[in-house]
Design a protein around this ligand. Structure first.
Ligand code: SF4
Length: 436
């Protein structure tokens, strides 16, 4: 089944409910109801907020009418509804897609800590018939997850070893990763942090832990950049997220805030006008969006990204290279071109981290180099991400490039261009300065 994306959808006339619609107070914080942990206080009450609902795509509307006939368009575009109704069990998923025996077995006998959750919106993008289709493979488990191979580790990047206080990973001198939640609306089967999802006793949404992390950042004056990650920070309510951003903003040496999220791809309904008007108070605020495949670039995701970009938030993408999902020049070209159209600058292409049960996702390094070679020079420079391996053992991100340098000859640098043609450049190094 072909996915309906930004690039093949016919425009649809506005429906009667398109426009400004009042819905319930977003301050209702269902996460606090489920964690039982001490949380920052919420404002007492807030007036109803106004939402611009997204325009339905044909695909989402047909899916909703078929599988959720009692659910209104307004509920479907309410991110709380999407989050609370994420598909987590084999019986519900079986009613939406025709599960293969392999998928069914993996759903019934999970391995490891990574739960299953798929928002109804993202489920609408899955091919119901083909278990090998890209988006389906990225979120529906298969029994290969039980297969642990050489070199795989629970924490291959040794983040826990670089964690001076819970929730903080301090690897590079001037920046930290702040893991603010262990929740995602949809779980990717190749997640580097799959280890954290099973640690029920280590709930991240906890004021005491956040306070310790904030104190660590405040006491280290060399930290100028804080990346909020998790889990997915945009699963927090606006109020909790603002509480964190405002506390970070009070720290004089923190110059830059960043949020890493997959929400625009899996839960675009979360990108409400209220959220973006809150976020834009905390500039410079950057966002890295985890994107997997061009089939994710729907009208809904486009609207979400454009809304963020219009709020002045620079958007970059992060993509994990995945075998049989996005590991071809053609697929990656569609992805990066589509991202630029929705104002997201392709930022990183990651080699898949060797977490347990990831061998069916990992490609040879040569595949990543081939893709970069197939992009560089063949398309806009802005469209070419940096291909990196996050070095196992905690070495950090190491960029890899195809071999454009052939060598040196009589002081000239010899190199090949994107078409494979040989060129010389008069290198200005000491041993090339002979006068001819
Ligand atoms: S959204 Fe990010 S943190 Fe959540 S499961 Fe996917 S890769 Fe992991």
């Amino acid at each position: 089944m072909e996915n309906e994306t930004l690039f093949n959808e016919e425009s649809e006339p506005p429906g009667p409910s398109t426009g400004l619609v009042a819905v319930r107070n977003e301050a209702t914080d269902f996460l606090s109801l489920s964690t039982g942990n001490a949380l920052p206080p919420l404002p007492k009450s807030k007036p109803e907020r106004l939402y611009f609902p997204f325009k339905d795509s044909h695909r989402a509307r047909a899916f909703r009418k078929k599988h959720y006939p009692g659910i209104s368009r307004i509920e479907w575009y309410d991110w709380h509804w999407q989050f609370q109704n994420a598909i987590r069990d084999v019986h519900t998923l079986d009613t939406l897609i025709h599960l293969s025996d392999n998928e069914r077995q993996a759903m019934m006998h999970p391995s490891g800590d990574l739960p299953v959750a798929i928002t109804p919106y993202y489920a609408s993008l899955l091919d119901p018939e083909d278990p090998s289709s890209p988006l389906r493979r990225s979120v529906v488990p298969v029994v290969d997850e039980c297969l642990h191979t050489k070199g795989e580790e629970e924490d291959p990047l040794c983040e826990d070893a670089d964690s001076p206080v819970p929730g903080i990973v301090h690897r590079y001198p001037d920046r930290v990763l702040f893991l603010v939640t262990d929740l995602c609306s949809t779980y990717c089967r190749y997640c580097t942090r799959s280890r954290i999802f099973g640690r029920q006793h280590q709930c991240f949404i906890d004021t005491a832990k956040w306070e310790r992390a904030l104190a660590y950042i405040a006491s280290n004056t060399n930290i100028r950049d804080v990346l909020l990650s998790g889990g997915d920070p945009l699963t927090l309510s606006d109020d909790r997220l603002e509480w964190l951003l405002s506390r970070l903003k009070e720290i004089p040496h923190v110059e830059l805030l960043r949020i890493g999220t997959k929400v625009p791809a899996v839960l675009p309904q979360r990108i409400t006008p209220a959220l973006v008007s809150m976020l834009k108070k905390y500039h410079p605020l950057w966002m890295s969006i985890h994107v997997t495949h061009p089939d994710e670039l729907t009208p809904e995701m486009s609207a979400a990204c454009i809304r963020l970009a219009d709020a002045g938030i620079p958007l970059g993408s992060q993509t994990v290279l995945l075998s049989g999902i996005n590991d071809s020049v053609a697929t990656m070209t569609r992805l990066v071109h589509g991202l630029l159209q929705i104002r997201v600058r392709p930022y990183y292409l990651y080699q898949c981290d060797p977490i347990p049960g990831s061998s069916h996702f990992r490609t040879p390094i040569s595949k990543g180099l081939e893709i970069i070679q197939g992009l560089r020079g063949h398309t806009t420079g802005y469209a070419v991400p940096t291909y990196v391996v996050d070095a196992p053992g905690g070495g950090g991100k190491i960029p890899l490039l195809p071999d454009y340098v052939v060598g040196w000859d009589k002081g000239d640098l010899l190199m090949r261009n994107y078409e494979g043609n040989l060129f010389r450049y008069p290198d200005n190094s000491a041993d090339s300065k002979d006068i001819h």
